[in-house]
Design a protein around this ligand. Structure first.
Ligand code: NAD
Length: 294
């Protein structure tokens, strides 16, 4: 008998305590979004300086809400207090939901996910914010793959409404229901998609980046391409977008896409993303990518 999505009560799907692994661009953004919508969140990283950056970013975003008159200073401080920065798994036994947002590397993710699974309760949901890596591949490192799925936010988290919820072969309906409920509690629009490299959005976005790289190889100027795409009506062009995403993240994601779809995404020799990656110019996070940042 097919179970209707509505057969999971809202109460049983509610996430009261969450956690995020990684305090980078995405982890910091997810922590801010959860705290601003009232769900307490533990933010774990392995580097104290990453936690400081993540907290500063959240603090700046709450500050903007105060400037715009959308929050009082007291309410902003209370909301910021809902983020607990940590370096250890101390309080993870109490969380209902963990979103992993560490580097886009299958081996690192598998090891972090397995380590986290051993620290959380048997019914807590574990989700990965991976941009491209197969959920089934990540699930193969877990003892409870039924409690695991993808929860793919977009950058910047506080502005982008979409969240892809990715169902792996072994993901249970209850896990999907809880993840959808958490996305909605965060004010997002979840869509449930099947597993494959890049899911839905990045199967559209990465061929676009590949087209951009091919244009550069043919002699186009990246600043001109950015201007043209802005005139076309997109909020930013591909070079600036790569700087915002992080060229290290784009590089790892590009490799997964090339392996997953060699006929469409594979490329011989180096492309623009490879060149910037090799030069250590990761975009805004290193103050240098296609553009320079203060
Ligand atoms: P980032 O480089 O900004 O941050 C990664 C963070 O993970 C760093 O602070 C690092 O110290 C931390 N980290 C590494 N190993 C860890 C561990 N074992 N435990 C805890 N923290 C650890 O990267 P990001 O852009 O935030 O990307 C994170 C994930 O989100 C990646 O899987 C990426 O593909 C995905 N993603 C990124 C974007 C984007 O636009 N940047 C969008 C959607 C999804």
């Amino acid at each position: 008998v097919k179970k209707a999505a509505g057969s999971y009560s809202k109460e049983s799907s509610k996430i009261a305590h969450s956690a995020v692994l990684g305090a980078g661009i995405m982890g910091g953004g997810i922590a801010y979004q959860s705290a601003s919508k009232g769900t307490p969140i533990i933010m774990k990283d392995i580097r104290p300086e990453a936690l400081d950056l993540g907290m500063n970013e959240a603090s700046k975003l709450f500050g903007k809400q105060v400037e715009r008159g959308k929050l009082t200073t007291d309410k902003a401080m209370t909301a910021l207090g809902k983020i607990t920065p940590v370096l250890t798994y101390g309080e993870f036994s109490n969380v209902d939901m963990v979103v992993e947002a560490v580097v886009e590397n299958p081996k690192v993710k598998q090891s972090v996910l397995a380590e986290t699974e051993s620290q959380i309760s048997d019914d807590a949901v574990l989700a990965s914010n991976t941009s491209t890596i197969s959920i089934n591949l990540l699930a193969s490192a877990l003892k409870r793959p039924e409690n695991f799925c993808g929860m793919h936010f977009f950058n910047p988290v506080h502005r982008m409404p979409l969240v892809e919820v990715i169902r792996g072969e072994k993901t249970s309906d209850a896990t999907i229901a809880k993840t959808v409920a958490y996305a909605q509690a965060l004010g997002k629009t979840p869509i449930v998609v099947n597993d494959c490299p890049g899911f839905l959005v990045n199967r559209v976005l990465f061929p676009y980046f590949a087209g951009f790289s091919a244009l550069l190889r043919d002699g186009a100027d990246y600043q001109n391409v950015d201007k043209v795409m802005e005139k076309f009506g997109w909020p930013m062009g591909p070079a600036y977008l790569l700087d915002v995403v992080g060229i290290d993240t784009a590089f790892h994601a590009d490799q997964v896409m090339a392996e997953g779809f060699p006929d469409r995404m594979g490329h011989e020799g180096t492309n623009a993303i490879d060149c910037f990656y090799e030069a250590g110019r990761y975009g805004q996070k290193t103050s240098q990518g296609f553009y320079q940042y203060e």
